[in-house]
Design a protein around this ligand. Structure first.
Ligand SMILES: Nc1ncnc2c1ncn2[C@@H]1O[C@H](COP(=O)(O)OP(=O)(O)OP(=O)(O)O)[C@@H](O)[C@H]1O
Ligand SMILES: [Mg+2]
Length: 418
């Protein structure tokens, strides 16, 4: 723990994972949101690279990174890259980040300047490998952050393509490391394909457990009253009013996405409205509240979303609007997550959970379609808080109807109480 990192004590997941990684074993590690998983893989990898005297070179036809880290979103992979850059400070190890939404030429130039730790989103990674700018022969460490997401239907195929690439070292010639706060059982089985048979599974707390520093509350709010409830909460609780707005859509330019996130990080924009694209991994200081306007379709996504607050031992609050007609399938897992985290379970929720025995089988039926009506815009204008809206664009829908699952993440509003 160097003075530059500012850490003086290892977190539990770091305490258990670092020696395992240093000993060369494969690892699947599950620990709650905000518990320091990033450093748990970066520190031992950088330590080994320093021991091996790794230095970057720009005089190569093809770069052969020693470590590849993949994550599901552009904003998250960039955050991991910045963290890696902190840990290699003062060494000749060069981390590089590449992701979609930026010019491929720019990614290639970054890589060609020397690349030891490559942080990438899957699409751009496969693209650059396909252009033969990256060779995998030297790869010793393959890290899947948010591993359950990286192996699910969205990214699973890309990950399979990656590990079956002809130049990819076989399992026993590389170290494969997987990290997440959630690992559904079916994903644990899929992961076996990527890991050596003697891999270790470290679990801090319960698999998929919510961070116990987040005070969770579940409110029973039908879809048609969500708007009023949100206005009520915002009007009653917000002490500071802010007049600047910023909007962030998936359809917008990557640069605009980054500006919205930067404005939220800096506090210029104290409220961000986002879809599940912001649910995982993002580490933003001082986030006080998460409001789940619409619940996500899986309990794992809920655990990640509320984990944007209550990080690294700080307290946080999360409130969610539970609509009986669309969220019934979440009642059982929600009761479990609440009680595992020693949170109060509302009696009505237990009743719904009891009536609703379907469990995970029903999750796919819950793709909510929410009309982004004028009211949302009115809401933004009337409350004049600073909001960023990130819409999961759906090309087949009209402009006024989008498939959204809204999360509001509120920063610096310490006078809110739920
Ligand atoms: N040993 C430590 N001491 C103090 N702070 C730490 C330590 N390790 C990590 N942190 C800080 O804790 C915060 C959360 O870390 P990180 O983002 O790695 O969490 P995570 O477990 O990956 O969460 P998530 O599941 O949401 O991705 C970061 O701001 C990080 O700098
Ligand atoms: Mg993380």
């Amino acid at each position: 723990m160097g003075p530059l990192s500012g850490y003086c004590k290892l977190t539990p997941v770091q305490k258990y994972s670092i020696p395992i990684i240093l000993s060369g074993r494969d690892l699947m590690a599950c620990a709650q949101t905000g518990s320091g998983k990033t450093a748990a893989f970066l520190l031992p990898i950088v330590a080994h690279m320093m021991r091996d005297g790794i230095t970057a070179s720009s005089f190569k036809e093809q770069q052969e990174p020693e470590c590849i880290i993949v994550a599901p979103t552009r904003e998250l992979i960039n955050q991991i890259f910045l963290e890696a850059r902190k840990f290699v400070y003062g060494t000749c190890i060069r981390p590089v980040v590449i992701y979609g939404g930026t010019q491929t030429g720019h990614s290639i130039r970054q890589v060609m300047q020397g690349c030891n730790i490559l942080c990438a989103t899957p699409g751009r990674l496969l693209d650059i490998i396909g252009r033969e700018k990256i060779g995998l022969h030297n790869m010793k460490y393959l890290v899947l952050d948010e591993a359950d997401r990286m192996l699910d239907m969205g990214f699973g195929l890309d990950m399979k393509k990656l590990i079956s690439h002809p130049s990819m070292p076989p399992k026993d010639k590389r170290q494969t490391l997987m990290f997440s706060a959630t690992f559904p059982e079916e994903v644990q089985r899929l992961a076996g394909e990527f890991l050596k048979t003697d891999y270790l599974f470290v679990v801090v707390g319960h698999v998929g457990g919510a961070c116990s520093d987040v005070q969770q509350s579940v409110l029973q709010v039908p879809q048609y009253s969500k708007r009023d409830k949100l206005i009520e909460i915002l009007q009653n609780r917000i002490v500071y009013m802010h007049s600047n707005h910023c909007f962030l859509c998936r359809d917008r330019e990557q640069r605009e996405r980054e500006v919205a996130l930067r404005d939220f990080r800096s506090g210029k924009c104290p409220v961000i409205v986002a879809t599940s694209v912001a649910a995982r991994g993002l580490d933003i200081e001082n986030v006080q509240h998460v409001i789940n306007f619409d619940l996500p379709s899986t309990i794992e996504e809920y655990v990640h979303r509320i984990g944007r607050t209550g990080r690294c031992g700080n307290p946080g609050k999360a409130v969610c609007f539970f609509d009986n007609s669309s969220d019934g399938h979440l009642a059982q897992p929600l009761v479990k997550v609440l009680s595992d985290a020693q949170q109060e379970v509302p009696a009505w929720l237990e009743e719904i959970a009891f009536d609703f025995q379907g469990g995970r089988a029903f999750t796919s039926a819950n793709t909510q379609k929410v009309s982004l009506e004028i009211w949302l815009l009115e809401l933004f204008l009337s409350i004049t808080v600073c909001l960023a809206l990130q819409i999961q664009g759906n090309a087949t829908e009209t402009v006024s109807t989008v498939t959204v699952s809204l999360i509001l993440v509120v920063r610096f509003q310490s006078a809110w109480y739920f």
